[in-house]
Design a protein around this ligand. Sequence first.
Ligand SMILES: [Zn+2]
Length: 511
Amino acid sequence: MSKTYYVTTPIYYVNDKPHIGTAYTTVAADALARFHRLKGEKVFFLTGTDEHGQHVARAAERAGVSPQEWVDTMVVYFKEVWERLNISNDYFIRTTDPKHVEVARKFIQKLYDKGDIYLDVYEGWYCVPDESFWLPSQLVDGKCPQCGREVELVQEENYFFRLSKYADRLLKHIEDNPDFVQPEIRRNEVLSFIRQGLTDQSISRKKLRWGIPLPFDESQVMYVWFDALLNYISAIDYGLDDEKFLSIWPADVHLIGKEILRFHAIIWPAMLMAADLPLPRCVYAHGWLTVEGEKMSKSKGNVISPHELIDEFGVDAYRYYFLREFSFGYDGNFSRESMIVRYNADLANALGNLVSRVIAMVERYRDGSVPEPSGCKGDADAPLREAASEVFGRVDTAMERFAFNEALQHIWDFVDAVNRYVDETAAWDLFKNPSQSDRLDEVLYNQVESLRLLALLLVPYMPNAGEEIWRKLGYEDSIHQHHLPAEAGWGLFPPGRKVNKGKPLFPRIQR
Ligand SMILES: [Zn+2]
């Protein structure tokens, strides 16, 4: 039996409500998970929330509630928005779950028993919002090099993880496996960081109470990042259910934002090496989004909630825009204007109109029932068939590289090919001439067959649109039971079925 395809998002820090940046990673992970399900694979798609740490404890204090009450309130915002965005995660992990706590304690005990964790004095600068320690040499103008905020001097006895011990093995692994850290710009960043030498990492905190107590020293809690990274194995029952764990681990890909690259491409693999566990196949760090050319920040007041855009454009258009507009590995700029342009050009004009036209012609010329293909060929057929036979392979290749925008470009090339076919075959002319009746049957069948393929292709990116086209084509079962490339062959649409016009897809946005 083949291994389950395992895709993860980072677990999101519950200090804030989700915004379009948070949703960006989750929508991409969802498209990936759905794409692998479309291929008929078993998939485990994990997301969740990071609920420990000083920043959460302080936010709870400000709100006048206990940390647990605070995280219980905040987690709802995440679950709500993922539901609205049609996120199909198989599990939702919270680091306050008893299961996670148990696994994290087992894991750290294993490393302690092995001698990979030791007690030492820690002195350094600490950025509370980022939960990051910095050396004096790393500070920029005395402030956090990552976020530019004030840092605090911390000195205390902490437990350290022997990260330095794994530096050579890690370097070799990244050199030998070019796909382990992607895209290449991030891989080079990680390689040069490791080559400068790795120092052991403080992995516990003494003063803080809101965290997981160390099993070998209850006076200390786990450093929040050490705790958080373990979600990827606690969610699939590491140390609790070996059979389940081994059928899912290692992860095929951890999708992350580039700000947490070092944790995922250096510390996490070293932790796994220390525990004698296989490494994930890939860590993919995507770029950052700006809003109308500016960095998103609370102080600028330009943080956009996904709800606003879903209200205005709909869920599928939301998903489409973010996957299509940006090259996943690089930074991108969100603008309302570009979203309207994409919506009207790609969704309303190219896709929505195509679906309406084809359904309307079957209704007008064949009383709504899809004719049997007559075998009466024309010049326009070959290019359409060729486009249809090639599209899935191209999409698949793009998805292997996490190039969501390219995958959608290939699907829209196919949309264009079908639109061309509709124009060139001019069913309205064939209809006027009774001697062309056989050709009209063939043409209408080919158009419907193209929509069947298109509906399946769209499912990972726009699950509702895929399902709606499926209904318009008269299918009564769920499109999610169907697979590609298994059902990519031409001629699988059963003739005689009645089409349903229904509501138009993606009505144009007037402005
Ligand atoms: Zn910071």
